[in-house]
Design a protein around this ligand. Structure first.
Ligand SMILES: Nc1ncnc2c1ncn2[C@@H]1O[C@H](COP(=O)(O)OP(=O)(O)OP(=O)(O)O)[C@@H](O)[C@H]1O
Length: 313
């Protein structure tokens, strides 16, 4: 069976719509039942697709709850029941490379599929994209970004840096503009503020009115060495490569060392392992060209000597 989402090698996720070819039942009751089972089926497919992401158990659980909540709200609305205020603005807390952007992109596609967002695209931004240089410039830049994100998700990385300069800084103007629009246009785009846990907590303490505007807060923990190896294997598998047992051992040893050395958010998790693999694939290519060795097995094999680590060994 086709899956509605599929993770591509660049970490993006494709949605495959696949209900078009199924014959529609004729009777109204049957139709309603078919619809209900489609929603359950889709929930299972989300689950299956989320399984392509390593770890992140709590994040996956909350995503499925959000999906169920949206569906139930739609059903309630149809029957004239109160639906409450379905605010989907979120805060993502976690170190670099822990999957925040990947999950934001997934949610964009999901919200588009369930017709909460008209496009579901992701606009990534950071302080420099929002903050201007003179009075009025920041509000304009921020409004322009919100316009670009219309129908999709506005994802602001290292959002705490907007509070960097205190009251007099133009970052404050960006926050005020965001807050105004996230309420006025709450059905037109979803705002995700992302950043390191500690900094985001500090940011919220400086802006006490902000926390209640983000009902969904997701924590992205650092990956364990086993999870990093698993992520590495997924990236390799997508590209049709495998590690030799020696290479896996060397990679594991390196990760243990580097993780204990780089702490407090200095280790870039999934991005770190992706960079190692991309570099190693180029080193392997050079080895094969130099040895004129292009048999199928060799073309697919990353050896221990192909692994290149950024800062040691
Ligand atoms: N749980 C996961 N399973 C599989 N791959 C992952 C997972 N988490 C991250 N990755 C991979 O690691 C890389 C970095 O992930 P991503 O860009 O989503 O992290 P991030 O938290 O947004 O980082 P940053 O804030 O530094 O940009 C991506 O290439 C992604 O495919």
């Amino acid at each position: 069976m086709e899956q509605p989402f599929r993770m591509k090698s660049n970490g993006q996720i494709n949605i495959v719509l696949h209900s078009k070819n199924k014959p529609e039942p004729k009777a109204a009751g049957q139709k309603e039942m078919a619809k209900d089972s489609k929603e359950l089926e889709f929930l299972k497919e989300i689950d299956e697709e989320l399984n392509h992401l390593v770890g992140l158990e709590e994040v996956k659980k909350v995503i499925k709850e959000i999906y169920a909540w949206i569906i139930v709200n739609k059903k309630r609305e149809k029957l004239g029941l109160k639906t409450g205020n379905q605010v989907l603005h979120m805060m993502f807390k976690g170190n670099p490379g822990t999957g925040k952007t990947t999950v934001a992109r997934f949610l964009g596609k999901l919200f588009h599929k369930v017709e909460v967002l008209s496009k579901g695209h992701l606009i990534e931004a950071e302080r420099a994209d929002l903050v201007g240089e003179y009075i009025g410039h920041t509000a304009q830049k921020t409004r322009d970004l919100i316009k670009k994100a219309n129908g999709g998700i506005l994802f602001i990385d290292e959002a705490y840096s907007l509070a960097r300069g205190g009251e007099k800084d133009f970052g404050k103007e960006a926050i005020d503009t965001l807050v105004k629009h996230m309420e006025d246009k709450s059905h037109e785009f979803v705002l995700i503020l992302a950043g390191y846990s500690k900094e985001m907590d500090y940011f919220l303490s400086l802006n006490p009115g902000l926390e209640s505007r983000f009902p969904i807060i997701l924590e992205f923990p650092d990956y364990t060495v086993d999870q990093l190896i698993e992520i590495g294997k997924i990236i390799l598998q997508e590209r049709e490569y495998v590690l030799t047992p020696d290479a896996e051992r060397r990679l594991r040893d390196h990760l243990v060392r580097v993780k204990s050395r780089l702490q407090n958010g200095r280790f870039s998790n999934g991005r770190y392992i992706r960079n190692i693999i991309e570099k190693s694939i180029r080193v392997q290519a050079m080895r094969l060209v130099l040895h004129n060795d292009f048999n199928r097995k060799e073309l697919m094999t990353i050896r221990s000597s192909d692994l290149v680590f950024p800062d040691e060994d």
